[in-house]
Ligand binder design. Sequence first.
Ligand code: HEM
Length: 455
Amino acid sequence: MIESKFAPGPRPANNIFSQISMFLTMQRDIMGMFKQLKAKYGDIYTFKIGETYNYIISDPDAMHEVLVTNAKKFYKDRDMKDTRNGLARFLGNGLLTSDGEFWKRQRRLAAPALHARRIESYAETMVNYTETMLNSWHSGAKLDISKEMSALTMRIVAKTLFDADVSDQIERVGKAMEAVQSLAGPPPVIPPWVPTPHEFRLRRAGQTLDDIIYGIIREWHKTGEDKGDLLSMLLLAETEDGERMTDQQARDETVTLFLAGHETTANSLNWTFMLLAQHPEVEAKLHAELDAVLAGRSPTLADLERLPYTEMVVKESMRLYPPAWIIGRQAIEDTEIAGWSVPKGSLVNLVIYLAHHEARWWPEPERFMPERFALENDANINKRAYIPFSSGPRVCIGNSFAMMEARLLLAAIASRYTLSLEPGQQVDMNPMITLNPKNGLPMTVRIRQPVLELA
Ligand code: HEM
């Protein structure tokens, strides 16, 4: 018999008091706890809660094993799939939360609509919606940029993927999103039958999302036509026996794409604008590139290849603040990671944020330096240590969509406005399901004139 060998880590939380203490620490400052334990035990450590091993991993090769080479041994974790306290409560059995053959089929159905070539036709909508937002701004206004970015990316995803206009639902979805985010972390200790205010908030959020998504599906059924969008593709797809997707399944896929497709991109832009405001020298370089290429006009898809610095800024911002900062998995059989024993049922957390901040892979890791992603520095980057979109078979299906959107929106906004923080204003992280700025992102927006080179 092979002897089990477990990664180092703190003592097991095996009585109710140590479990509650661990739970409260996680609730209070999960990132702080992960960082502290990493400093003590390294890039792979484990602790037991009850009978379950929890692995916390930020070693690039070990993450690669879980996501790519040994991906078959891991499913999405039980906390995510918990239909009362996990994301599955809202997303049901959609792409993000399903597994196995079912997931594979659904992924095959959705993939063509998000393919790099296909999404090119979405560029114009992305820019038009951004211009509409900018036309509603005025110089000197103090805005919560996180609200602006969420509203914008939400409208874009609904229009491009479902041909739907959700402009009058923005506020309701914003509230629902707060409830969805509150599902981050370990499940609460309060039993399911206690009608807490939190439980009521979750019910309201579920109702809001159902109203909107079933509304979109009902609207589609009125004609039942292939409009060439993702929703049509999903609803018209047939199994080998000629069966269509049920409305329930279409709802789960639609709500998944709706939520996964806007909140993350919104956060990548939030952090980018915060970083630009804190680093005027980077902002000046960005402005110089935008002015030289766009000369004050709106960006188009064709411009993107001439905006390499814009792309570098987005990539570096996602290194420092990866919107999906942690990925959860569960071992479906006894296995190993980096030679350590991982019994069936173990929870495996890949902390992308920690890998993105590790000095061994990123010199001066806390410094905002878009030049790291310059073409000439490409060979110096450990690709396994930079995975904002994950990797392997479950890599983000909206990767190309998100990169195109983030670059276009940044270019459109930064060519017309500068966004600034108050002197000394601190923006803290709120590591929920996504990495949000705590208490929103109040910033002052000011019109800027492009500096045009005289011919
Ligand atoms: C900056 C923006 C984005 C980031 C950082 C991001 C990140 C990620 C990551 C890390 C995963 C893997 C999660 C896991 O395995 O547990 C993921 C999966 C996913 N993302 Fe994204 N995402 C972004 C934008 C988008 C967009 C725009 C869409 C849709 C249009 C989208 C749809 C999805 C879906 C459906 C999955 C599940 C895929 C599967 O498991 O097959 N994401 N994303």
